[in-house]
Ligand binder design. Structure first.
Ligand SMILES: [Zn+2]
Length: 281
């Protein structure tokens, strides 16, 4: 299918009370593995290019790969730019066919974050591209660098959504990027309060750190997009390590990478089942 927008898939999730899984990718095999798994589960899926993915592949290559592969499946696929702090990069991503972008102004004072996000929404709306914004601080940046965690203030969430018109709002509610173990203490009180006061679909980042039993609970709140990256990355590398230790004479790297992409797909299927997005495509 042709790529769809974030606004479209999140509207359906909000109405039917499930969450759409969003997966970071860094390689062609990640994309193939994620799409095959989502197709098998008949789930809508969001493919996210983080700054490190953009550095590795480039926006043009990402646009081509995802468009071509999405055309081979019959589920809604969103191509999303994750954590862009540079407004010029957002416009370039739109030019290369991204159907959703995240402007991350969470490090800025709230007034400046609102002004920049509103500009991103104006440009996005004009081109039919969805925009996600963020307030609060997660404690760790997209590449795992340390910072101070500031949970999202529900009052600020109300103001941010009203003044920017974003299609989705990322909140800080207890997760951190780069978590290697599933031990996040989710502040369900904050999630509930923001869900009640804001009609904009909410987003949770750093969800590799969320306990499996919390995922179905979160998907029943106002959180409609749940991001996973770290777990997929470690699964890919572990698969390669395992393949090489089992067969030290392996010479064909396509076999190695293909297997790793399939291992990523197994994680994807498990997360889809827990978020209730199975058979929603
Ligand atoms: Zn994130």
């Amino acid at each position: 299918m042709a790529l769809t927008t974030l606004a479209a898939v999140l509207a359906d999730a909000k109405q039917k009370n499930y969450a759409v899984p969003a997966f970071n990718f860094w390689t062609f095999e990640d994309v193939v593995g994620i799409l095959a798994a989502a197709q098998e589960k008949h789930s809508p899926v969001i493919l996210m290019a983080s700054p490190s993915c953009v550095t590795h592949l480039g926006l043009a290559v990402i646009g081509h790969i995802v468009r071509e592969r999405a055309a081979l499946v019959d589920i809604p696929v969103v191509l999303h730019l994750d954590h862009a702090e540079d407004l010029a990069l957002l416009v370039q991503a739109m030019h290369h066919g991204f159907t959703s972008i995240m402007y991350d102004g969470s490090k800025l004072p709230i007034d400046e974050n609102i002004a920049n996000t509103r500009y991103a929404v104006q440009v996005g709306n004009a081109l039919g591209v969805s925009v996600e914004g963020e307030i609060g601080k997660m404690g760790k940046g997209e590449e795992g660098e340390a910072g101070k965690q500031i949970l999202t203030d529900p009052e600020e969430a109300v103001r941010f959504c009203a003044e920017t018109g974003v299609d989705a709002l990322a909140i800080a509610a207890g997760t951190m990027h780069g978590m290697q173990t599933q031990q996040a203490n989710i502040r369900f009180d904050i999630v509930e309060e923001i869900s009640q006061r804001v009609s904009t679909p909410l987003v949770l980042h750093g969800s590799s750190g969320v306990r499996n039993e919390d995922l179905p609970l979160l998907s029943k709140t106002g959180i409609c997009k749940i991001n996973f990256g770290t777990k997929l990355r470690s699964t890919f590398v572990e698969s390669c390590r395992d393949s090489l230790s089992k067969d030290p004479s392996l010479k064909n790297h396509v076999v190695l990478l293909d297997k790793a992409g399939k291992a990523v797909g197994e994680i994807v299927k498990d997360k889809i089942s827990r978020l209730g997005s199975e058979n929603q495509a």
